[in-house]
Design a protein around this ligand. Sequence first.
Ligand code: ADP
Length: 233
Amino acid sequence: MRTDTNLPHGATEPHVSGVCHSAPLKVDATQKYQSVLLVGPPGVGKGTQGELLARIPGMYHLSSGEMFRQLDTDSHLGQIFHKYATLGDLVPDEITVQIWRDYVAAQVAERTYDPARDLLILDGIPRNVAQAALIDSDINVLKIIYMVCENQEVMFQRIRGRAAKEHRLDDAEEAVVRYRWDVYKRETEPLIDYYPQEFIRIIDADTIPAEVLHQILAAIVPVQKMHFSLSLM
Ligand code: ADP
């Protein structure tokens, strides 16, 4: 377990008077990050749902795409990301997982993510079976939210809208967007067979965000309640 804090995941901090702290009900003996994975093609709405979930106490959303976009574009790693992302390719697995580990450790150190209290909502990582195998030692996967949208054009349309709003290089070129779709099919979809089927919840993403959120919450609230004590305000 890589963390910069001295507190093991199960340990609670000294109680600060007047502040309502939640204590974990159960602590995983292996002290892995208790996680939910958001899996689905580009444009299916993982980011939108991740941001909504992040507003809920006891949930911490981590988007690997956002993590990469926060890298200094002049840095060595920033340049590597830029090279792959512009083409629509995945950043190599070992580099991705190392950046992710450092990033999570930093969030723990800064106390923006508290593994003893927060369910980790992973969006965009693991992105293939090799990454899943690499981070098996770091995370305890409690649920896989598999977002599906049969209508490919709906997703391309969303990505075009996002390109205009967010100025993302990889969203701007139609050919790159379509290539990322192929990469998703080839690399990411096989993840669904990697994990035990009872962990997978299929979510119909071809509807309004509130209804998608409703389905996701129905799948993960029981998991959150089972693994964390929720005496949250
Ligand atoms: P989308 O889900 O729309 O494809 P993301 O924001 O998740 O977009 O990712 C943008 C780009 O960042 C990817 O095309 C890829 O180059 C890189 N990336 C994000 N996550 C990973 C990952 N887990 N492994 C490798 N590359 C990644």
